[in-house]
Ligand binder design. Structure first.
Ligand code: 8DG
Length: 135
């Protein structure tokens, strides 16, 4: 089976990362994830990430560096993560689609939410990029 990429954003601002609580489907609802979604055929992962962040959160974002690793989701999907930041003049994120709550989490707060199990290893990698001195 060909893998299909789901892109996730570690949207970082002032040393905090944005976590999003899924509102659907039922088996994922209530759990927290990195905002993002499926890469469409013919689309680059970067472009998909910018598009998903606009659709889901209403923000204008810029993609940063790839967070090393890839994490298996429900087949055939695999999660790839990039850091991202809001562009100057962007609106603040709002849960427009797929989510019902957003939280900016500092390193100290990172594990206060129930991440999707399949996201935990990715979030650990993101943690390395938080803290003093990060974007
Ligand atoms: N966005 C995102 N999806 C994740 C994460 N972890 C995880 O298991 N998933 C799953 C949930 C979904 O089954 C799939 C991503 O699909 P989605 O529903 O967010 O994507 P999409 O916006 O492109 O949705 P659609 O076209 O199917 O409506 O990956 C994560 O951290 N971020």
């Amino acid at each position: 089976m060909t893998e299909r990429i789901v892109v996730g954003a570690a949207l970082i601002e002032g040393g905090r990362v944005l976590a999003a609580r899924r509102s659907a489907p039922a088996e994922l609802a209530g759990r927290w994830e990195l905002p993002g979604g499926k890469v469409e055929p013919g689309e680059t992962p970067d472009a998909a990430l910018v598009r998903e962040l606009r659709e889901e959160l209403g923000v204008d974002a810029e993609v940063g560096e790839r967070v090393p690793g890839q994490w298996a989701l429900r087949p055939p999907y695999v999660l790839w993560v990039w850091t991202a930041r809001l562009l100057p003049g962007s609106a603040e994120p709002k849960p427009l689609q797929d989510h019902d709550e957003l939280r900016w989490l500092s390193l100290r707060e990172l594990w206060d939410v129930r991440w999707l199990e399949q996201d935990v290893a990715a979030v650990r990698e993101v943690a390395v990029r938080l803290g003093p001195g990060s974007a």
